[in-house]
Design a protein around this ligand. Structure first.
Ligand code: ARG
Length: 399
């Protein structure tokens, strides 16, 4: 019998997919439920649901550590942010989940994997391109692109007709994708880009700015983040594992309402879409690490790296994680991070994080060069000749 490994979230789509695949492909469906920090509260019920919908087996895998170490950290060190605002939470998880889909497929000797993405988004591209790169022999099935079920209601009808066990709690009208690195919120009223998002969509950040229900603290709070070679290792001097550290920054920055963004972004398939993101940890950690680079990286290296960051973010967004360019850029980024060790202090207050201190054993900051006090060692007379030659090529150009 054919075997299909399905990336299972526990939601309506992937639950219905189990049944649909069994029926239409005459296949055995084996689920992989990946914990990437989305808060899998009901692991037991998730497992039950998959089996009740007809899965032959389900693998539950805690991938948080691998996600943080092998996917989030390289993106953080590269400074990868898509179109200035998106920290790539969903985009980074897909190559990881793909890797594990392939792993399970090999173990189970399956030649198919399946996912629940629609044909309009980026995630389908990320899954399928990742899988093609890792295991070109494996075929991918995307039922949502093929089946006749046109709406959520039709899917619920299908589930009822076939007596499938689905989560009956009323689902929010939004499409959410959450993990350790942030949450994306789409659909419903958010599809009008002029309309302000209702406060109750937010999952990870307090709403005190608008006096919403989950009011944040009125007073500011300092946080000190310690880095080793571009990797965050401590909060306020306390060493933490990567996963714990990210979770804690999420909580602390989230309480202060930090890390929200509201953007219209360019999808790979050509559509512009309105996206709401919350990434309290990601935004604070990026900000802190950037501040440390400001202190420790030589000017030309820093500027060149900013261009690399844009490209790196595109590669992640475009589903090209497992590409030779990404691997080569990683080597470059790794080289730049050797000196990015030290501590950054940020003041968090009412939706804002503001860097207010940084220090490093590799600091390139020279007080004697920068100061206007009597310790000054900078020879100001040299500036005259420097300016003369610097401006020479455009001298008289606008006369
Ligand atoms: N627009 C974001 C991206 O392309 C978020 C996608 C979230 N995925 C989802 N299935 N809701 O990365």
């Amino acid at each position: 019998m054919r075997k299909i490994i399905l990336a299972y979230s526990g939601g309506l789509d992937t639950s219905v997919i189990i049944h649909w695949l069994k029926k239409n492909m005459r296949a055995e469906v084996i689920c992989l439920a990946a914990n990437v920090g989305q808060g899998l509260k009901e692991i037991v019920s998730l497992k039950k649901r998959a089996l009740k919908c007809g899965a032959a087996k389900i693998y539950l895998e805690d991938l948080r550590e691998e996600f943080a170490r092998d996917f989030i950290m390289p993106a953080l060190q590269a400074g990868a942010i898509y179109e200035g605002e998106y920290y790539l939470s969903a985009a980074l998880s897909r190559p990881l989940i793909s890797k594990h889909l392939v792993k399970v497929a090999r173990r189970e000797k399956a030649e198919f994997v399946a996912h629940g993405c629609t044909g309009k988004g980026n995630d389908q591209v990320r899954f399928e391109v990742s899988i093609a790169s890792l295991a070109p022999d494996i075929k991918v099935i995307a039922p949502v692109r093929e089946w006749e079920l046109k709406s959520r209601e039709e899917e619920i009808d299908y589930a009822k007709r076939h007596r499938l066990s689905i989560k009956t709690t009323k689902k929010s009208p939004y499409s959410l994708d959450k993990n350790l690195w942030g949450v994306s919120i789409e659909c419903g009223v958010l599809e009008d880009p002029w309309r302000e998002p209702p406060e109750d969509i937010y999952q990870m950040t307090s709403s005190h700015l608008r006096g919403g229900p989950k009011g944040g603290p009125k007073k500011g709070e300092y946080i000190e983040i310690g880095f080793q070679k571009g990797i965050p290792v401590s909060i306020n001097g306390r060493k933490l594992s990567l996963v714990r550290l990210i979770e804690e920054v999420n909580l602390r920055a989230g309480r202060h309402g930090i890390g929200r963004s509201d953007m219209v972004e360019n999808r790979l398939v050509g559509i512009k879409s309105r996206e709401i993101y919350e990434a309290p940890g990601a935004s604070l950690l990026h900000q802190a690490r950037r501040a440390l680079e400001g202190l420790t990286l030589e000017r030309e290296l820093l500027h060149f790296k900013q261009g690399v960051a844009l490209r790196y973010a595109e590669l992640i967004y475009y589903g090209l994680w497992y590409s030779p360019l990404r691997e080569a850029l990683d080597k470059f980024v790794g080289e730049t991070q050797k000196r990015v060790t030290g501590t950054v202090r940020i003041k968090m207050n009412k939706g804002n994080g503001i860097v207010c201190g940084r220090k490093s054993p590799y600091s390139l900051y020279s007080y004697e060069l920068a100061t206007y006090d009597k310790e000054d060692i900078f020879d100001q007379r040299l500036a005259k000749g420097f300016i003369e030659l610097w401006g020479l090529p455009i001298k008289g150009f606008k006369k």
